[in-house]
Design a protein around this ligand. Sequence first.
Ligand code: C5P
Length: 246
Amino acid sequence: MSQLHSLRPHERLIVALDCSEAAAAVQWTRRLRDHIGLVKIGLELFVAEGPRVVHEINDLGVGIFLDLKFHDIPNTVAGAVRSAGRLGVKMLNVHAGGGVAMLQAAALAAEESPTQPLLLGVTVLTSLHEESLRALGIAGPIPERVVEWARLCQTCNLGGVVASALEAAPIRRACGPDFAIVTPGIRASQGARHDQVRVATPASARRNGADYVVVGRAITGAPDPVAAAQAMAEELGGVTPEMAVS
Ligand code: C5P
């Protein structure tokens, strides 16, 4: 059985370290490490600080989701996945739009990596509207594309997808209980939305089938970030997914 089913509530919480300095990232990790599952390092931080920040956070014993969304030819992406595997990250991602050969090559590279990181596909970016997809020659409602591409990722042996909490339920129905669903755009019930348009609470994301929630400013911008993380973990632990699959 997949380890997705036995995670403790706080282990489902991924904090986005959206900063550009390793020192700040390490400080946040130290502060929050007992209350979260993983930290997410994205393009801003990785481009600024490189593998050094990954090593520093690894040394604190906190797992990393390396959110670099690889999208290139199969050979190049497989090499990047192998390099990320050597860094010891627990989770990483590639664009589903890279195509079948790229997804398969990435999945094989992740599987052969000694640390076997969880490889996620990014389906349709939440910043894209139906209009922008049409301009790219991709027709149809976004939720349908998201589910279709999630299934494609699963067929190509990826372990899961990054998706909006609002699309988690149809993905869960289409891809079954052992396919990881990681959802950003999370806000506390009474919190600010910032620049996110389609938001969900940790409880509603979990109820819809999310295995992990990615939270940035709702924790790092809270008056008491530890209390905010604890409240979110408690909320995650208080609900059962509607599909009762994890
Ligand atoms: O501060 P906030 O909770 O909005 O941060 C969310 C994090 O998740 C950011 O790092 C953002 O880049 C990322 N993300 C997102 N929406 C996506 C994919 C990633 O908000 N569709």
